[in-house]
Design a protein. Sequence first.
Length: 248
Amino acid sequence: MKSPFEIKKEICEVGHKLWLKGFVAANDGNISVKINDHEYYCTPTGVSKGSLTPDMIIKVDENGKKLEGKLNPSSEIKMHMRVYQKRPDVTAVVHAHPPVATAFTVADIDLDQYILPEAVLTIGNVPTCDYGTPSTMEIPDSLDPYLQNHDAFLLRNHGALTVGCNLNKAFFVMEEVEFNAVICKHAMDLGAVHEISNDQLKKLMDLRKAMNLPGRHPGIDYGEEECCGSKDQLVADITRKVLAALGK
C-alpha cells in the first residue's frame, strides 16, 4: 500500500504532466484519489497544476469537506464525489481542458467515430454531457446518464473528465481522449474520416475481451452497413438533414 506522501507525490506528477501537455492553463483542472470510502486526496483551488507540491494536497471526506490541508479543495470536487458514489470500482478522477477534445464540444461535434484501434479498445465512443455551471450540481448531474458505461466524458464547453482503477489509468484515458480528438481533427482538415470497418471493430471487441482490459466500456454501436440502403434512400436522408439544418 502506498504511503500518504507517495499518493500526494503521484498526484503532483500527474498535475505536472497535464500542465506540460497543455491540457490545463493557469489554475484549471483538478485531480483526486480515493483512499477509502470516507477519505480522498485532491488538488487545491487556485494553484497551477504545474506548481503542485505534496504539501499542497488536501484530504476531504465523501462530501468534499476538508479534513486536512492548508489550502481549500476545488469547488468542482462535487463531480469527483459523484463518480466515487456511483462507481465503487473507480479510485482516481482527472478533470482537464484538453484543447482539441474540448473544441469538439464547443463545435457541437460528437467524438464518436471509430478511427484508432487503441481508442476503440480503451475508450470506445466518448459521450458529451450537457453543459453545467462549474461548481454547481449541474455538472455531476450531467454525468449520471453515462457513468455506468464509460470511463471518459466530455463536458460541453468545459473540458473532459476521466476515471480509472488507479491514477495512472485515469491520466492515460485523458491522453487517449485528446490524442483521438487530434487525429480526428487532422483527418477532418484533410477532407475525409474513414472509420474502422464493422468486421474489424468486432475483432477489436473480441481482442478487448481476451485481454480482459480494465474499466467500463460502451461497447460498439455498429449501426447500419454503409451500403445497406438504396441510392435514392441515401439522397433522401441527406436532403432531410440539410432541410433540418436550414430550419425548413
